[in-house]
Design a protein around this ligand. Structure first.
Ligand code: ADP
Length: 456
């Protein structure tokens, strides 16, 4: 989950917990208040009834009832049970009739507040003594109004909670979106920076906050990277250039030595070895120079419209010159009918070098077994598949074959420097393409190259 969403969620959960606790507190407090108020009202009525029944004088009793009727309205389902002193039978009868805990009756006997609620019905009990007489009264009634009030309060709190949550989540999202805007800006800028435009820098906000620090730190890192890249680039380019001249001189001298009429066979052989090795070195320095150039700044190269089938044919003829016995076979059966789908925008020399390296590897690592080169078209991309039946690449090492100078552990008996594939990879990437590989040791290897088709 994105940090932005996580912040909005945490913010919502925190607020929800606070609002919920507050709502529960309000609801519990209000319920207690309403219950107490109702108990009190019921106790007042019980008290009047108890006094009425305590008074033996009938006219006084009537006054009590009259007073109750005039001033105290009847509560819903109001009922009173009066037990005279010593009236054990009635006491038992009431005990059986009412679902009340024994603590309720104990409180009455101890003359302590006896209040209880069961099934929405409120019960109160009083133990009243007057004029030397004693009476117990248990009364009950249902607080319909209070219940309705509580229901309304509950609905209000639930609706309020949901509305609050909606606003909190929406505002939380807006808020976190706002906070992450500068970070998104940095991500966008950083994505646009690659080895080809290392001179680009992030825009630093004048506000001295953490985002400004982050941008400054990143820019510092880019400065260091750029210096290192430049040093590496210059070193490889200069070294390759510097090697070239002495190497040309060495091979020239060796050729001269070979052409001499009175050269003995052992010396001729030595000159041949010198010539061969210096040619290899020349090839190596040329590859290193290309690798450095493609890796650092491919935009210097000249780009043009190229037909892939012609390019692959020229690769094949170059390989035929180098190794006339090769078994490289080109399969044109997948070619699209539309010739426009065979064209791409690129640099011919570089692309030829890339495909030659890949096909030559197939030839080399299969000891000249059949190598299939198939050209096809898929979703606006030219697809070239190069399949050999050679030694394959060990699973654990396949991820490293595009790393400069890496050579797999099963290539000891083959000549090579580990430059061809990184170079090919750089060239394909420069052309906005991609290269992938599938391989099985002892069975063979397949390189699949995708290149975007020319769009006029
Ligand atoms: P090298 O000069 O060693 O061939 P590359 O850069 O062309 O260098 O290839 C790098 C490594 O990838 C090779 O050393 C080899 O281990 C592996 N590799 C490349 N192509 C093949 C292939 N067709 N079959 C087996 N291994 C291959």
């Amino acid at each position: 989950m994105k940090i932005q969403n996580r912040i909005a969620l945490i913010f919502t959960i925190l607020t929800a917990t606070i609002i919920l606790s507050f709502s529960i507190f309000i609801f519990t407090f209000s319920r207690k208040n309403i219950e107490n108020g109702f108990f009190h009202r019921l106790e007042v009525r019980s008290d009047v009834i108890a006094h009425a029944s305590l008074d033996g004088n009938k006219s006084k009793e009537a006054i009590y009832y009259d007073f109750k009727e005039k001033h105290l309205e009847d509560l819903p389902n109001e009922e009173h049970f009066v037990i005279g002193a010593g009236d054990v039978n009635k006491a038992n009868e009431i005990r059986n009739k009412l679902p009340l805990p024994s603590s309720f009756y104990d409180n009455i006997i101890r003359k302590e507040p006896a209040r209880y609620i069961a099934n929405d019905t409120s019960y109160v009990g009083l133990n009243i003594a007057d004029n030397g007489k004693n009476v117990i009264i248990v009364s009950r009634a249902v607080d319909l109004y209070g219940q309705e009030e509580l229901d309304n309060l509950k609905n209000l709190l639930i609706i309020g909670f949901l509305i609050a949550m909606f606003f909190v989540f929406t505002l939380g999202k807006l808020f976190s979106y706002q906070i992450f805007t500068p970070i998104r800006q940095i991500i966008r800028n950083v994505k646009g920076i690659s080895a080809h435009n290392l001179h680009q820098r992030l825009v630093v906000d004048s506000a001295q906050d953490e985002i400004g620090d982050l941008s400054n730190t990143f820019n510092d890192m880019l400065n260091r990277l750029e210096i290192t890249f430049d040093m590496q680039h210059n070193f490889v380019s200069n070294a390759s250039h510097e090697f070239r001249t002495p190497l040309t001189v060495i091979s020239g001298e060796a050729e001269l030595g070979l052409s001499g009429p009175e050269v003995s066979d052992p010396i001729k052989e030595s000159f041949q070895v010198i010539l061969r090795e210096s040619e290899k070195l020349e090839h190596l320095t040329a590859s290193m120079l290309s690798l450095a150039q493609t890796g650092f700044d491919g935009t210097k190269e000249q780009w043009e419209k190229i037909r892939i089938d012609e390019l692959i044919l020229s690769v094949k003829s170059a390989i035929d010159n180098m190794h006339p016995e090769n078994e490289v076979r080109i399969d044109f059966s997948g070619l699209p009918a539309d010739e426009g789908k065979l064209e791409l925008n690129g640099n011919e020399t570089l692309l030829k070098a890339a495909f030659t390296n890949i096909v030559l590897n197939g030839y080399k690592y299969s000891d000249n077994k059949l190598v299939d080169v198939r050209i096809g078209f898929e979703m606006n991309h030219i697809v070239v598949e190069v399949t050999d039946r050679g030694i394959g690449i060990p699973d654990k090492e396949i991820g490293q074959i595009f790393v400069p100078f890496f050579r797999a552990s099963n290539t000891l008996r083959y000549q090579g420097y580990g430059i061809g594939l990184p170079l090919a990879n750089n060239i394909i990437k420069m052309h906005h393409g991609s290269i992938s590989v599938r391989s099985k040791v002892g069975e063979g290897t397949r390189f699949i190259i995708f290149l975007p088709v020319y769009i006029g």
